[in-house]
Design a protein around this ligand. Structure first.
Ligand SMILES: [Fe+2]
Ligand SMILES: [Fe+2]
Length: 487
């Protein structure tokens, strides 16, 4: 798709790259060689057909992803898939060596087939783990030739996806809850039904043992693997985002004391961004956390930012507009540095570097022009980059809208609407959304949501004196009435 011109919005999401047939054949060849090496040679032709089908599915499934998301999703899905089968092989090899030959069925049912489904349910929308569940079950059918085992793999995989959705992917405990409250009873019932006609106390104990070993391995392996995937493939899971959103973290405690205005502003922007992202189906948790961190760079020189200047002289006085502008612009660079030192994921650092895009520090730019200075435009522009995602674009809008509305003397719905519209018009005119996959319709929805929330917040503040007058008037009337009745 051609790049949009400055000030123009991309109407369509940019398509990602497509997996070529050469790549499909190469990866399939590698998988086939691995299967040939690990399992019996009779599976080799099947492995090849199976790998080609898997990659063809990925080619179809990932075709609409941005190139960056494509790389990540493709690598993670393939990695999880390969890990599941490697674990299956290791599991089989280890337990076969330490157990009696007659307990082989027990060994196969003790393997956590739901491992890949659970891991992917934690990281992606449920369509991905559901598809992996089907693919893994077919693979198990091919390797073992046992349809019951394949069905077992399918059922436990789906139950793991359900468990993660039910117990929320935002809590660490949901892995263990899914394993022990959802997968365990389900696999036990499955095994009990399976052995219904040849039941002895020994088979029952073996069923309980297999189910327990299954979910124990499932929980331990998944809790171990998720942070590794996050680290290796640089993805942020909802769980990590929840941890980062904790306002009791040192960085926010410091902000609340050293830059209380910025802290309050960040909380407001986070609320706005979360709701606005929800409205257009973007990642609301990512937008919220990104907004919380977007201005951490102001902690280096908090007094230079208006929101923190309460009962103190303005430190910009006596400084040249270009020096003031440099100090203001620096909060982006400082923020990125601080973000790296805090170990923030790149997705969050992107909010720090992109929230001002390449806009002007308008106040000091206009001041310099007013002073008839020889204005060097670049000294008043943020270095960018412009927002690259829907979420960073939303935070850019919310950031500008919150700051501008807060500075209104008598905000009412009309003036709030006018201010927010002006901010968005300015950002569009400056071409700030050129690189973000956000449409005009989505920007309009974001705008309406922001206006709604800001009006609700400031409405109370304006109405309060009126309400007070009413209450006072009512009290006065009551007093007069009492006086009249007593006299
Ligand atoms: Fe900022
Ligand atoms: Fe800000």
């Amino acid at each position: 798709m051609a790049k949009p011109k400055r000030g123009e919005l991309p109407r369509e999401r940019e398509k990602g790259r497509i997996i070529s047939w050469i790549e499909i054949l190469l990866v399939s060849a590698v998988i086939t060689v691995a299967v040939n090496f690990l399992f019996k040679a009779i599976y080799t032709p099947f492995a090849f057909v199976y790998s080609v089908s898997l990659l063809y599915f990925l080619r179809k499934f990932l075709k609409d992803e941005s190139p960056e998301d494509f790389e990540k999703k493709f690598s993670i899905i393939l990695f999880t898939f390969v890990t599941t089968f490697l674990l299956f092989y290791l599991h089989k090899e280890i337990i076969v060596r330490i157990s009696e030959p007659r307990d082989l069925s027990f060994i196969y049912f003790a393997f956590p087939y739901a491992f890949g489904s659970l891991v992917l349910a934690f990281l992606f929308e449920s369509i991905v783990p559901i598809n992996l569940t089907i693919i893994v079950s077919l693979g198990i059918l091919a390797i073992t030739g046992n349809p019951i085992l394949s069905l077992f793999s399918f059922i436990t995989g789906l139950s793991a996806v359900y468990g993660i959705i039910h117990y929320s992917k935002m809590k660490r405990g949901s892995i263990y809850r899914t394993a022990f409250i959802v997968v365990f009873p389900l696999s036990l019932v499955f095994l009990v039904l399976l052995n219904m006609f040849s039941y002895t106390s020994r088979t029952f104990l073996l069923d309980v043992g297999a189910s327990l070993l299954n979910v124990l391995e499932l929980a331990v392996l998944a809790s171990f693997m998720i942070p590794i995937i996050e680290y290796v493939f640089k993805v942020v899971s909802p769980l990590r985002l929840i941890e980062l959103a904790n306002t009791n973290l040192d960085i926010f405690r410091r902000m609340a004391i050293e830059a209380p205005g910025t802290f309050h502003h960040s909380l407001m922007v986070a609320t706005l961004a979360e709701r606005a992202a929800d409205v257009i189906g973007a990642n609301s948790l990512l937008a919220k956390v990104g907004a919380l961190y977007h201005d951490i760079g102001k902690l280096k020189m908090p007094q230079y930012f208006t929101e923190n200047q309460v009962n103190m002289p303005n430190p910009h006085e006596g400084k040249s507009p270009s020096l003031s502008s440099l100090i203001i612009i620096n909060h982006v660079k400082e923020g990125v540095e601080m973000g790296k030192n805090l170990g923030l994921p790149q997705e969050i650092i992107d909010f720090i570097s992109q929230h001002h895009g390449t806009t002007y520090v308008r106040y000091f730019y206009l001041k310099a022009k007013e002073m008839n200075m020889d204005v060097d435009d670049s000294a008043f522009r943020y270095p960018g980059p412009k927002p690259q995602s829907k979420e960073t674009a939303i935070v850019m809008i919310c950031d500008g809208a919150e700051a501008a509305v807060k500075s209104l003397e008598e905000p009412d719905e009309e003036s709030i609407r006018e201010t927010v519209e002006k901010i968005i018009e300015y950002l569009i005119k400056e071409g700030q959304f050129d690189d973000a996959p956000i449409t005009l319709r989505e920007i309009r929805l974001v705008k309406e949501e922001i206006i709604k929330i800001l009006s609700a917040i400031y409405h109370k503040r304006i109405e309060y004196p009126e309400e007070e007058k009413k209450i006072n008037g009512f009290k006065q009337a009551e007093e007069n009435k009492n006086k009249q009745t007593s006299s």
